[in-house]
Design a protein around this ligand. Structure first.
Ligand code: ZN
Ligand code: ZN
Length: 240
């Protein structure tokens, strides 16, 4: 497995998936649109340029895994007998949970004024999120956000397949959060547990709310959930 190719490839394919899904027939998805604008009118040259740079950073981070794996410095395994099937299955949810805490705290750190100004403000230049906003990062932010992948590969015993699915899921869901369309509006019950695309869209609009990634509990726990999150999600569900 060549992680220096896999990571940027997963990120790029996720962008292409959402871009072509909604670019081709925006009128078909008009009721799901959060911004009521077509991609061609909102994607900026800056977003594309920062995304290209992020792909290089992802390749470098993947390269860290490749070098560590070549020197037997990762905790990756391929033989299920080593830790058992139950652990292999549970480990996916362990890394999802760990990443969620890591992301929330890291995101709060990126919003600390001096850091925000120098680093995270680039990501927040995207006022109308689209697939090319997802990885429109300052290079250091790209390291912080995706650095979790080599970290878990080195320190947590993980089946190679689990790391592969986790990486794909993380990168895909990052683009989903920025795609500008809400496809899960009807799943109001899950709003108590999971975030949705409206959640991150509000983060780009209001900046000081909604710092979480997959789970909504961190925003609820630390009091950073936008007061209109539920209201907007439910209104959207009805097509409002
Ligand atoms: Zn932010
Ligand atoms: Zn964002």
């Amino acid at each position: 497995m060549i992680w220096s190719i896999i990571l940027p490839e997963f990120a790029f394919l996720s962008i292409l998936f959402f871009y072509f899904k909604f670019r081709k027939s925006p009128e078909k998805y008009a009721t799901f649109s959060l911004n009521k604008k077509t991609y061609s009118s909102i994607i900026t040259r800056n977003e594309v340029m920062h995304t290209v740079w992020s792909m290089f950073i992802f390749a470098l981070l993947g390269g860290v895994i490749d070098i560590c794996a070549a020197n037997d410095l990762t905790s990756l395994y391929t033989d299920n007998e080593q830790y058992g099937y139950t652990y292999t299955f549970l480990s996916f949810f362990i890394v999802i949970g760990l990443n969620d805490i890591y992301f929330y705290l890291g995101h709060r750190f990126l919003h600390w004024k001096p850091i925000f100004k120098k680093i995270h403000s680039i990501h927040h230049q995207s006022h109308t999120p689209n697939p090319f906003s997802a990885f429109s990062f300052h290079p250091l932010e790209a390291v912080i956000q995706i650095g979790i992948i080599p970290l878990v590969a080195i320190f947590i015993p993980l089946h190679t397949g689990v790391l592969l699915i986790f990486s794909a899921f993380l990168l895909f869901m990052s683009v989903y959060g920025h795609c500008g369309y809400e496809l899960r509006g009807g799943k109001a019950k899950s709003l108590h547990i999971f975030t949705n695309s409206i959640h991150h869209n509000q983060h780009h609009r209001y900046v000081n709310h909604n710092f979480g990634l997959f789970l909504i509990i961190w925003d609820k726990l630390f009091g950073t959930l936008h007061p209109k999150h539920k209201q907007e999600s439910e209104a959207f569900q009805k097509g409002g």
